[in-house]
Design a protein around this ligand. Structure first.
Ligand SMILES: [Ca+2]
Ligand SMILES: [Ca+2]
Length: 540
């Protein structure tokens, strides 16, 4: 990992030269943001984890061989779009980490039912492709994390077959007899609240809370624990930077105490293998529960996500003070759980209706939502297509495929929707990638600039966060101090310009505007800040 870290440093240093090296205040060609500071120094993060990540739903992203299915080579081919390794070029989105949804052999399009953890699914490519993707990512200072499904496997996994055979033969000595959780219907009743299915030819039932095709692994078995540790070790040795853990709270269904015990054990082992590993878990629950799991691993913050989440609420209805107070409080709780823990804000992922459906672009809600979570601490996760404003929701046909539609490149890419998708083709995006790349006012270019601003002002992601309090609840912000340097970030989500006497909200003296981004602009005269409607400013 030293190489990747060094690459990040070079990247950050180059960004510093680009963005802060000008003697006069730099004006972006289209005037949407300015960077004014000759003294900015990019600093290496303590954990290296305060990155902007990008979730790729692999089968829907980019198809390299014309079969309509997104694949690893397609991602390699699109790396210049994601991060071209040259911050001076200004020609790529600039994400610093990639989460791949599961890539191992599986019969489904989503691949959360793994048949063989040691094989890249043939439709996605080969292990050689994975190695190449890892190496291309690392050349560009980008982390690559894999989706690891530890709660269950697919029914077609040979482990399940061995488990079934062991039960049919009454072979209690087999290592596989207890590989999945099960009960004997002749002597026991089904544990309450959990779902089981019969092992054909026996009176035994295996646990399958998600689907009959997804038998649940039994982590009371040391053999299972060792087996699933070997899987992680295999991919760590291959060079991945970490994992996203699926369904983490269900390892012991309905028992957070035991599930957490498992994750603490697993993470201790992984950190022995790779001390700087980055992991993030799906614990789809309220903060009271996710906080517990922070002891072991970072967790996605579901309270911030979706139409009802704190980001969308602040972006639309404008209670920015609620958002910043929440963030300050959340950071405190998380850092109390574990050294090095980071927060993980996001608006949507592959299990949710897409953001541009509930944060409309024309009303500038989408842009303000992005400002709120990308110009902030932690590890923001962008869902592929979010940066071009793709829409897609379950809708009346009630299918998750509509949330995982084919990326709209507008070029020769033939990537197709997953099976079952029904979302109207004419309402998916305002303009494809090819057009947005050329349009300085596109949402894509907006996201790109947000990431540049974040990178050029490391205090935003790394500093000690302190929410500021404003009279108008729809104006809000925070001070973030890192290595003795403070920035102030202020968001105006209201429909009108605001004028703020900064001395009424902070005693930190400000010498100028570092950047602004949004619908309008920011001006500073002495302590008096004028901030346009739906605009954010970074002051220093
Ligand atoms: Ca393909
Ligand atoms: Ca389970």
């Amino acid at each position: 990992m030293k190489i990747a870290k060094r690459a990040l440093l070079i990247l950050l240093a180059a960004a510093f030269v680009l963005l802060a090296g000008c003697k006069k205040p730099a004006q972006d060609p289209n005037g949407e943001f300015v960077i004014k500071d000759d003294n900015l120094k990019a600093s290496e993060t303590e954990s290296g984890h305060d990155r902007v990540f990008y979730e790729i739903f692999v089968g829907s992203f980019s198809d390299s061989n014309g079969d309509g299915i997104g694949d690893l080579r397609g991602i390699i081919d699109r790396m210049d779009y994601l991060n071209d390794g040259d911050p001076n070029s200004g020609r790529s989105l600039g994400i610093e980490g990639i989460w791949l949804t599961p890539i191992f052999q599986s019969p489904s399009y989503h691949k959360y039912d793994v048949t063989d953890y040691y094989k890249v699914d043939g439709t996605f490519g080969t292990e050689e492709d994975l190695k190449e993707l890892i190496s291309v990512c690392h050349e560009r200072g980008v982390y690559l994390i894999l989706d690891l499904v530890l709660n269950h496997t697919g029914k077609q996994n040979e482990w399940f077959n061995k488990f079934v055979v062991a039960h049919r033969n009454g072979d209690t000595d087999s290592d596989y007899y207890n590989f999945f959780t099960w009960y004997d219907s002749e002597t026991d009743s089904a544990p309450a609240g959990r779902t089981f299915s019969q092992i054909s030819g026996t009176k035994h039932f295996y646990e399958c809370n998600f689907s009959g095709d997804m038998p649940e692994l039994n982590y009371d078995s040391d053999f299972v624990r060792r087996t699933m540790l070997e899987v992680a070790k295999y991919y760590i040795d291959l060079g991945v930077d970490g994992f996203r853990f699926d369904a983490a709270k269900y390892v012991y269904f309905g028992d957070h105490k035991r599930s957490l015990e498992f994750w603490e054990w697993y993470m201790t082992k992984l950190r022995e293998l790779k001390p700087d590993i980055y992991t993030v878990a799906e614990v789809w629950d309220g903060d009271g529960i996710t906080d517990l799991y922070m002891k072991a691993t970072n967790c996605f913050d579901f309270a911030e996500a979706m139409a009802s989440g704190i980001i969308a609420e602040a972006a639309k209805k404008g209670d920015v003070n609620k958002f910043t107070a929440y963030t300050e409080n959340y950071l405190k709780r998380v850092s109390a759980m574990r050294d090095g823990a980071t927060i993980t804000p996001f608006i949507t992922n592959h299990d949710m209706d897409r953001a541009a459906g509930f944060l409309t672009i024309a009303s500038f809600y989408m842009q303000m939502g992005a400002n709120l979570y990308i110009l902030g601490p932690g590890t923001p996760f962008i869902y592929y297509g979010e940066e071009i404003g793709m829409r897609g929701s379950r809708g009346a046909s009630n299918t998750d495929a509509n949330r995982r539609l084919a990326m709209i490149w507008g070029d020769e890419d033939k990537v197709k929707d997953p099976t079952g998708a029904s979302y109207p083709a004419d309402n998916r995006v305002d303009a494809p990638v090819a057009d947005q790349l050329k349009d300085e006012n596109s949402l894509y270019n907006y996201y790109k600039k947000l990431i540049m601003i974040r990178r050029a002002n490391p205090e935003i992601a790394l500093g000690d966060y302190k929410a500021l309090s404003f009279k108008d609840m729809r104006v809000g912000g925070f001070v973030s101090t890192y290595n003795g340097s403070s920035v102030i970030v202020i968001h105006n989500t209201t429909g009108s310009d605001v004028t703020i006497d900064l001395s009424t909200v902070t005693d930190i003296s400000v010498s100028g505007i570092r950047a602004f981004i949004g619908k309008g602009e920011a001006k500073l005269e002495g302590n008096i800040l004028t901030l346009s409607s739906q605009t954010s400013v970074i002051l220093k």
